[in-house]
Design a protein around this ligand. Structure first.
Ligand code: UDP
Length: 314
């Protein structure tokens, strides 16, 4: 087999670490780069000692030097939960802008193919539902989420500019809400919050009246979709996510039912600019990649809750 070298930025994060596993499992080499700002070395600890795996602690907003050949770059470095990017607004803007510039420069130098991890946040609080890739979005640039949304919008523009002007081989994935093992328990997202509250018998905090919707994709489905996109010829953005839409209140009720907790739902104020609806239109992924998600929420939630129980020693 032709063994390739993959650089994964944000490789110690939730999605990055699952990508490292998938790539190593396919018999390739991985250089995992992370400054561990929101990533966790424990996510890749099991890969240390594997001769196909190398870890470099580095902030990708600074010049990136890699001595080896690099065939593929997966740019996943960024704070990615609302709590994280509210706490780290400047770092979030820098990694999306300066960091993306640096990895594109590296891709050009190494003649590597680069895949940018973009997000459904580029659609903002959408007034088209579900969201197809042709929708340009409804983003508040100066609101609290603007630091993430605009950084990723800039990152997409920069990626297309390097593609068109420097002929860098690029791919852009727009990632919708994803869950699974290795999410941080305290990252403030709905799922880890609900599960940790349910497991410790605390109140489940639903923001607003819980009528806002999301569509949650299990991590293994997402990672396979991303790998298919990387290996495809598609250079325009592609949505990857699970279209099974649910209200946040129903989602909290599912966690309550699966964990069997006696916790009750309490309602807290809705964060500013919290999107009212979100659901991916995955027609392009289906047609272009022959990909669609396989793991339903009942199964995905069970696996994720087992992971959190294990992590908490329950
Ligand atoms: N949410 C909630 N309670 C929490 C955390 C989040 O009700 O403890 C809501 C949040 O307001 C949003 C949805 O759950 O409407 C999904 O939030 P998450 O942070 O997971 O991701 P987002 O899709 O907002 O980026």
């Amino acid at each position: 087999m032709d063994k390739k070298v993959f650089l994964v930025t944000g490789g110690a994060g939730f999605l990055g670490s699952h990508l490292c596993d998938l790539i190593i499992g396919k018999g390739h080499n991985v250089i995992c780069m992370d400054n561990l700002l929101t990533g966790d070395i424990q996510n890749v600890e099991h890969l240390f000692g594997n001769e196909s795996f190398k870890f470099i602690k580095h902030d990708v907003t600074e010049f990136i030097h890699v001595r080896d050949t690099v065939d593929y770059i997966l740019h996943f470095a960024s704070p990615a939960s609302p709590i994280d990017y509210l706490k780290l607004p400047i770092q979030t803007l820098k990694v999306g802008s300066l960091g993306t510039h640096k990895v594109l420069g590296l891709a050009k130098e190494k003649r590597a193919r680069l895949l940018l991890a973009s997000t459904s946040e580029v659609y903002g609080d959408p007034d088209i539902h579900p969201q197809p890739e042709t929708y340009w979005g409804n983003v508040n640039p100066v609101g609290p989420r603007g630091v993430y949304d605009e950084a990723k919008r800039f990152a997409e523009a920069m990626t297309m500019a390097y593609h068109r002007y420097h002929q860098v081989d690029t791919r852009i994935v727009r990632i919708f809400n994803t869950y699974g093992p290795r999410m941080r328990l305290n990252d403030g997202r709905a799922l880890p919050a609900f599960v940790s509250q349910a497991l410790s018998g605390e109140d489940i905090t639903v923001f607003g009246d819980g009528s806002q919707t999301r569509s949650f994709c299990y991590v293994s489905d997402l990672i396979e979709g991303i790998y298919s996109l990387l290996m495809s010829d598609e250079t325009e953005p592609v949505n990857i996510g699970n279209p099974a839409e649910i209200t946040i209140k129903q989602f909290a009720e599912e966690v309550i039912s699966i964990t069997g907790t006696s916790s009750k739902i309490v309602y807290k104020s809705l964060p500013e600019d919290d999107p009212k609806v979100r659901q991916p239109d995955i027609s392009r992924a289906k047609t272009l990649l022959g990909w669609e998600p396989k793991v339903d929420r009942a199964e995905g939630l069970k696996r994720t809750i087992d992971y959190f129980k294990n992590k908490l020693g329950i």
